[in-house]
Every structure is written in C-alpha cells, then in structure tokens.
Design a protein around this ligand. Sequence first.
Ligand code: BG6
Length: 459
Amino acid sequence: MAQIKSDALVFYGATGDLAFKKIFPALHMMVKRGNLDAPIIGVARGDYDLEKLRARAKESIQKHGKFEEESFQKFCSLLEFVGGDYTDPQTFSRIRQALGSAKNPTHYLAIPPVLFPKIIEQLDLSGCAKGARVIVEKPFGTDFESARALNKVLLSKFSESAIYRIDHYLGKRPVNNLVFFRFVNSLLEPVWNKDHIESIQITMAEDFGIQSRGAFYDVTGAIRDVIQNHLFQILCNLTMEPPKALDSESIRDEKVKVLKAITPLRGQDVVKGQYKGYLNEKAVPPNSKTETFAAMRLHIDSPRWEGVPFFIRAGKNLPVTCTEILVRFKHHPSAYSSIATQPNHIRFRISPDVTIAFGMLIMAQGEDMSSVLSEVQGNPTPFPNEKDAYERVLTDAMAGDPTHFARQDYVEEAWKIVDDYLASDFPVYEYEIGTWGPENVNELILPPGGWNNPAVLKK
Ligand code: BG6
C-alpha cells in the first residue's frame, strides 16, 4: 500500500477523549492545509448523530486546535457519522455504505485494543478491509506476548505495509531532528561513540499527575506508557547506525538493530516511584503499586556503544514539564586536565521549547587559568505553521508513508527489553509531588556527573 493516497478516513472512537484532545484538531489542520479532502467518517457507540459530532468537533478544535471558520466548514462538509456497536455487522455495512466509491480507505482504531479482534473481523467480512490500511494507537499490547497476539490479529487481514502503529513522538520534528542532526553534521560522527561519549541521559518530566486517566494509567504505568515507546524511540534516534538509504525500511531496520542490542532490564537497573496521593486518584485501587516514575540504566551491546551507560527517566508530578537529552563527553587527559573540571556536553531539548546546546569550557574571568562551562545555544525558531505530532503522523498515514510508525519487529523487540522486569515484583518508592522522584534514586541509578534536571521558565 505504500505511497497510495488514502481516499477516506474512518475513525473509531469519535466521541472519545483522544478524538477530542488530538484527532479533531489534527484533522481540521489537515483539511485547512489541503492535505485531507476525502470523507471523514466518525464512528462511535451510543447516542450520537452528525450534528452532535460536529458540535463536539467544534468544541475540541476551539479548545485544543487552531479554529478557523472557513476550514471548519470544509471539515464539516467532509464529516459523516456512523453510530453502532463495534460487534454488530450492521455497523460495518453502514460504514461500507458511507465509504461510497472509496477504494483505499484508512481505518483508524482510536479505541481500546480489546476491541481490535472483533473490528478487524468485521472490517474483513463487510468488505471494508479491501484496499485499506489501518492505524492503531500505542501502547501496542502490554507485553511481548500480547503485542504478538495483536499483531497476529492485524496481520490476519492486513499486510504489514498497511499497518500504521502510532507513536506520536515520531511525529515530533525535534525527535526526528536527532537523526538528521547527527548525520548531516559531519563534525559529530567521529565523536559519536564509546571512545568519546561518557553517557547519555533522557528525561521526560511532567509537572502534572495522571489527570482523569486512572483506569488507563493504573494498568499501564510509566514504563509502558512512555518509556517502552516514546523514549525508546528517542534512544534509537540517538544511537542507531546511519541507514543505507532514507527510505522507511532502511531507517526502521537500523532502529530494530539498536533494540536487539539492548540488554534486557534487570532489577538493579531500575528505580520505580509513585507520587504521594496517587492512591487517592479516581479509578486507582487503594493498594496499587503502579509506577508514576521510573529511572533506568541501559546498555547497548554494540561496537559503537560498548560500555557506555544510557539513562532514561520519566515521571508524573515532577517539578517541570520538559523532555531533554544530555550527551556527556569523556575527558581526554592532557596538560589541561586539572583545569578542565567539567565534561563537554550536547543538550537537546525536545519540549516545551526546542534547544540544541553545546556545553564547552572557556577561560573564566580574571587572570587565573581556570575554566567555566558555557553553552553555545541554537534555538531553532518554531515555524509558526509547524504541524503538531498528530497532524504529522495522520498526514503521513493517509499519504502512505510508514517511516514515522513503529514496525511489528520494533514493537516486539521493545517489549523484550522490559518484559521480564515488568513481570517481576520490584519495590515502588513514594515521592513528594514536585520533586525529582524517590529520594533513593541517586543512590541506585545515577549517571556520571549526576542527573540533568531541566530548568523551565514557568509561564
Ligand atoms: C502519551 C502518554 O502517550 O504521551 C501521556 O500516554 C503523556 O501519559 C503524553 O502525558 C506526553 O505527550 P506530549 O506530546 O505531551 O509530550
């Protein structure tokens, strides 16, 4: 199916939370830019109709998007609604009818994966799967076995090239820029290895809790929610070998090689935390041991990275909301060693703003021969019309470009790294809201030179 433009979009879960926060604003922008001019069929259960769906879309775009009357009217003219139960064949006959003459529809399953088997079966029986592609959301399964079972369901009716597994971090330009930046700047490649890099750390901090997502979050936890997918993608971008070519498969092949070379997590590689008050959140069981924070150390067993420790840390209710990477360089002994008191670094900030900074030592003020760390910063000016992550991945899926989606083998390899650890019962330490996780993190998992705690100016 690659590179065939899809001629209709059917999205299941049209009245859900994800549709409200992300999908409607993304679709509206696609329509506005002229990237979507095909029927958009919202499917949902329950008591809904087209008028209500339009009203919900309007509210969603006004709240989470860039509402504009003219493009919204165009969006409404493309929008259709099909209501009904996902297990009822009648629902799918109606979808088939709504698809009209569309030959290559895209079915976007923005719904819980437990519903996938029935829907996939009905798509096939109703003829809706013919010539179609399917988009599914992360987390893809809850472990290796469930991911494999889900893949089996999807692959029974769709070919791998017609399956688009969303990880919206791959739709973020600064995340893709990591690969771009590494390989277009010839300065970097000679030092991007174990001989020169001391350690790499990735922090994804959020200064809010689980909001109203207790039911989802409690069976998921930080490792499944953001580390096994978003942060592993960042890690792959930072560490993969140069792809042979820029096509989707060459890039995705290199990422899978990184995951295969990562040693599976052991108990001593991870610290888990839970913020104080988590147990009082709605839909969280009183004895829950779900982690809202995790810090881990990983190793990549490859000639490039042998012996280099990688650190990943993610958590809810931390002091700031920021995703940042710090690459620390080794110090090479010389007559200047006693003056060079701090390592060089490169700092990539992915969000809330985008920064690339080189940390270099310069002569400190005064007459002494002493050094001070100074950052040379690049702050790429955000393009005012930049696509948001969901808009980018949905545009790519409709256009048939799978580069920024997780392939089956990628998802399965990612689970293999965390599976054994997640299946065991390791302690979860409590932490105060607004701190950098449990107090013992620094005793158990500490990057050389310490954790980089991003500072963000609060608005
Ligand atoms: C989602 C997670 O995938 O990513 C959330 O389920 C998390 O828990 C979110 O808050 C973060 O995405 P972003 O784009 O806001 O960094």
